[in-house]
Design a protein around this ligand. Structure first.
Ligand code: CO
Length: 208
């Protein structure tokens, strides 16, 4: 890749933005007020804003391998706390994607070094849903189902945080689970019943 092209693209982008709104960057410089926190995979194909048709300032974004929300990951937990408590987003989205290399790696027996403890969290998702997954005989379909179940479990992990519990109570914050289909470009809402999960797990995970 010719990195000079990146800077040429940037100049062209500035011109394009200013052509339609002369104050575009003055306004952008004033601050951010995003409505949505997007937690997606680092995969180069899962371009958060582009696939949602949003522009700068509209989404607070966190990406890591396989869109994980892990309670002792200081990075992810800081993002969630900042977005929910300070930026006061009203929607938190976990967006997985079919063809996820992280999820695929977790389905295989291989020692991947430092990636082992990270991917173990996906193996735990497999263990929780083993009965259902073992019933899916087609390997590709089983892999797709694990992508979906992983999104669901990361939504549950969000519900376990005090930030999300308080924001739900105080202003009705919602958690959503989506999957991006890299084969078609389609964004699929898994329609996770966030309030049901909240009720189901609160007995154990209630923090506030
Ligand atoms: Co991925």
């Amino acid at each position: 890749m010719d990195l000079d092209r990146v800077f040429e693209n940037n100049e062209a982008w500035i011109k394009e933005k200013l052509a339609s709104d002369a104050n575009y960057f003055d306004d952008l410089g004033k601050g951010q007020n995003p409505e949505l926190l997007f937690i997606g995979c680092s995969d180069s194909r899962v371009t958060a804003e582009e696939l949602m048709g949003l522009g700068p300032g509209e989404a607070f974004v966190h990406r890591n391998i396989a869109n994980m929300v892990i309670s002792i990951d200081l990075n992810a937990m800081s993002v969630v706390t900042y977005a929910v408590e300070h930026l006061k987003v009203n929607h938190v989205v976990v967006c997985g994607h079919y063809g996820c290399g992280g999820v695929k790696a977790a389905m295989q027996s291989a020692d991947l070094g430092i990636l082992n403890p990270w991917l173990r969290n996906i193996r735990d998702v497999y263990r929780i849903h083993k009965m259902e997954l073992d019933g899916v005989l087609n390997e590709e379909k089983r892999y797709e189902r694990l992508v979906e179940l992983n999104v669901k479990e990361q939504c549950v992990n969000l519900i376990k945080t005090s930030s999300v519990q308080k924001a739900y109570r105080d202003r009705g914050l919602k958690v959503h689970g989506w999957v991006f289909d890299v084969h078609t470009g389609k964004l699929i809402d898994l329609k996770i019943d966030f309030e049901k999960y909240l009720r189901d797990i609160m007995e154990i995970y209630h923090l506030d």
